[in-house]
Design a protein around this ligand. Sequence first.
Ligand SMILES: [Zn+2]
Ligand SMILES: [Zn+2]
Length: 344
Amino acid sequence: MRPEDILLPTPSGVCCKAGNFHIDPTRPVARALITHGHSDHARAGHGAVLATQETLDFMRLRYGENFAGRTQAIAYGETVTLDGVRVTFHPAGHMLGSAQIAVEANGLRIVASGDYKNVADPTCASFELVPCDVFITEATFGLPVFRHGSADAEIEKLLHSVALFPERAHLVGAYSLGKAQRLIALLRKAGYGAPIYLHGAMEKITRYYADRMDLGELRLVTGARKGELGGAVAIAPPTALTDLWSRRFPEPVTAFASGWMRVRARARQRGIELPLVISDHADWDDLTATIAATGASEVWVTHGQEDALVHWCTTRGLRARPLDIVGYGDEGEEEPDERPQSQP
Ligand SMILES: [Zn+2]
Ligand SMILES: [Zn+2]
């Protein structure tokens, strides 16, 4: 039996005919298995959704109660059988609730990773290595130039700047779901105890996190007096850094937390004074090390910089192919304006 007889790549996501489901489909389907809450993977309008409780909650927070016909929560390590196909969810380390989905039939195991990272993140369960025959990987940072380094060291850089400019606000751009909350947790882990200010767009999601872990005192920027913001750390969606909203900050130091900040030209282009290389995606070393560690003889690459990773696999004697799925990579670190110039 070929892997394609179990999971068939289509332009709108991989499809399991035997189990009658799609994984992270980009169009409405009868039954969807969702890896995580980012909107390019988790869309509204499916007949039924199987996902972790957190992913279901994020979809509900974002799309409202009726985001799917039916929902079913699945825990990490739990297996369900869908029309004879075994499906198990494992932690992906990408954000709260994120999962890799292992699909097994006829003695063959295919793992769809969704987005993932292999470094510790205080806001979510750590990536779990799942041995498999076919590994479906992302490639957001699939170029050798991308090496993320230590997130803790980047947080130290931010705290150093806060100490150096006690009268200036530090305005940090971070994606609203996952990255913003990880930043707050990393700041707390580093011993930063002052209130952290939030842009209103990330309030609901951050409160959801704060109900589940200690994020310290959080305040909304709206309602804060100008004097109060001097010396403070505020977190906002990347687009807010340049809009009118940012004018309320006294002489802000503008920072941006993203894997893309490894490329200095991008930071300059966006007018970022303090680039912070903090990513929720695997870097080149982690992508290649993970592929090797799964023991997979075949690799499918969903989105990002597919070519270099496919080439790397081929040089290792692995079968590899890009999946050309349309519609992934338009949220978070994969926002269109975050992508390399060469891509549409
Ligand atoms: Zn994602
Ligand atoms: Zn993605």
